[in-house]
Design a binder for this molecule. Structure first.
Ligand SMILES: *Cc1c(COP(=O)(O)O)cnc(C)c1O
Length: 351
């Protein structure tokens, strides 16, 4: 899964590494993302657009051999028309409704779709049949997820009977792939976990319970977010720091200025709450996070100089700031946080 700029990690960087690991299939959420992947992928790897594709992009998608989801008959008819026009065979995945009630082919439309797929088999290749679970991350929705799995099984049986079988069935995202390996089918759509991020505390717990190990690192976050200290200053007791009056110095303090703000993806929720690492020590955020900078308390950190490395997420000496410290302070999911990191932040592969 490399949608959302490879979960914020950067499509060019992640693809350069993924290809070396032998990964040959990339899934994205839009035509635009597919065009980004197309620039960096090797000739022998394929792309899948999961979800929305605009009708004006169909020809381009066909010409580039990109696989895509289909979840209604009208769209399928349009695909047949464009496939005939371009002389390309469309490589499609039928996404079926199983109870998520998002995209997904209504089962009432399934017979019609099967008919079209058989009739137009020169123009349509049924690569996959799939669905998406509505929250496999939380144990609280298990009843709903198991209903979806039952529905998916029904569809699979219907297709077997109709003698129209796809090359693969797929249902599981990271959470299901870890917690319910029995629904792995032929392919798993792993996003979050591929970047070393746990989908949720529940899934982490399931893993711990099963493996009976609380140490070890089954998943390791692959990215670190760093900047540098650009300015320091001494602030007298009782002065306010930054905008407004949310932080008042309770003693004489030394303050460090960090050249990152909410415009760069550092959440405003971290105002007066977050920490950064400088010289391996935690420096608390002082006052509010501004659009392009924020301040931290460096009073107790010795030998600080402008230009020192500042870790926003990651490890420095023996200290670590994880993604969880962000998701615990806001409603942001781990996924949400990384996928929103602006594409403009320079990214480099270090290993
Ligand atoms: C994003 C996405 C996934 C991957 O989900 P993760 O929880 O990140 O593994 C799987 N399937 C679909 C349809 C998706 O949109």
């Amino acid at each position: 899964m490399v949608k959302a700029n490879a979960y914020g990690h950067g499509i060019p960087q992640i693809l350069s590494m993924a290809q070396k690991c032998g990964i040959k299939h990339y899934a994205v959420a839009s035509g635009f993302e597919a065009s980004e992947v197309l620039k960096y992928k090797s000739a022998d790897s394929t792309i899948l657009v999961m979800g929305i594709l605009y009708s004006e992009d169909i020809e381009w998608v066909l010409e580039n051999n990109i696989e895509f989801y289909v979840f209604d008959q009208g769209f399928l008819n349009l695909v047949v028309e464009k496939a005939k026009k371009t002389g390309m065979q469309a490589r499609i995945h039928i996404e079926v409704e199983t109870g998520g009630n998002r995209t997904g082919l209504d089962l009432a439309e399934l017979p019609g779709v099967i008919h079209t797929l058989k009739k137009e088999k020169n123009h349509l290749k049924l690569v996959g049949v799939c669905s998406h679970l509505a929250g496999a991350e939380t144990l609280a929705t298990r009843f709903r997820i198991s209903k979806q799995i039952d529905e998916f099984e029904k569809v699979r049986k219907k297709l077997q009977k109709s003698k129209l079988e796809p090359e693969m069935y797929h249902l599981a995202s990271s959470a299901a792939a870890i917690a319910m390996p029995e629904v792995a089918y032929d392919l798993v759509r792993v996003g979050t976990a591929a970047y070393g991020i746990w989908p949720s505390p529940d899934i982490y717990n399931i893993h711990l319970t099963r493996s009976r190990k609380i140490n070890g690192k089954p998943l390791t976050r692959v990215f670190t977010w760093k900047t540098d200290l650009v300015h320091t200053k001494n602030v007298k007791k009782d002065e306010f720091i930054g905008y407004g009056t949310s932080y008042q110095a309770f003693r004489d303090m030394q303050v460090g200025v960090i050249p990152i703000g909410y415009a760069n993806g550092y959440p405003r929720e971290m105002s007066n709450r977050g920490h950064v690492l400088i010289r391996g020590r935690k420096a608390p955020v002082l006052g509010s996070v501004n659009m392009n900078m924020f301040m931290v308390d460096i009073t107790n950190i010795d030998n600080i100089t402008v230009g020192d490395e500042v870790v926003l997420i990651g490890r420095q000496k023996n200290n670590t700031i994880g993604l969880r410290s962000f998701s615990e302070f806001s409603s942001a999911l781990n996924n949400e946080f990384v996928s929103r990191l602006p594409a403009a932040i320079p990214r480099s592969v270090v290993r």
